[in-house]
Design a protein around this ligand. Structure first.
Ligand code: THU
Length: 160
């Protein structure tokens, strides 16, 4: 028997001004699309913006449904669209912003487990890391150099 330790490290930016320009712009795109989320049930709005290696920026937001499980998170709305439209492009960066409709928050809100699994799929597909930046509605931004940091001991195609 032995114990193993898996460590993840992240970078914390105080606000958008501290981010590299391209990432700040990507986060602004995520903030814009967040406000167009269709979230009448949770009233929790999420925006995602993806930068591809061909320069394209793909955005998405959460889309809810009266049959709750039929809805889809912002991250997956965006990443599946990117995969559908640009199957050969690599995803370089992803910016995420989330918060409830009624109040703003500076607490960075990370992607849910299902979205982590979905983003991980694309890291395996493209054989390179995706930088993930996430924030609340304003203020602090946390950066993960790779989705793998957010999903240790993940499941992937190598097990199939
Ligand atoms: N949501 C996302 O869009 N992304 C996440 O990573 C977490 C949750 C959405 C789903 C639902 O529409 C609302 O936020 C509340 O859970």
């Amino acid at each position: 028997m032995k114990d193993i330790k898996i460590e993840s490290s992240f970078t914390v930016y105080e606000d958008l001004n501290e981010l590299p320009k391209d990432v700040a712009n990507l986060m602004k795109e995520a903030s814009k699309i967040r406000l167009k989320a269709y979230a009448p049930y949770s009233k929790f709005l999420v925006g995602a913006a993806i930068l591809l290696d061909n320069g394209e920026v793909i955005t998405g937001n959460n889309q809810e449904n009266a049959s709750y499980p039929s809805g889809l998170c912002a991250e997956r709305t965006a990443i599946y669209y990117a995969g559908a439209q640009f199957p050969d492009a690599k995803i370089l960066k992803m910016a995420l912003t989330a918060g409830s409709q009624s109040q703003s928050t500076t607490t960075p809100i990370p992607p849910c487990g299902a979205c982590r699994q979905s983003i991980a799929e694309y890291e395996f597909k493209q054989e390179s890391s995706i930088e993930i930046y996430f924030m609340g509605t304003f203020g602090k931004v946390i950066k993960s150099n790779s989705l793998a940091n957010l999903l240790p001991l993940g499941f992937d195609k190598s097990f199939l």
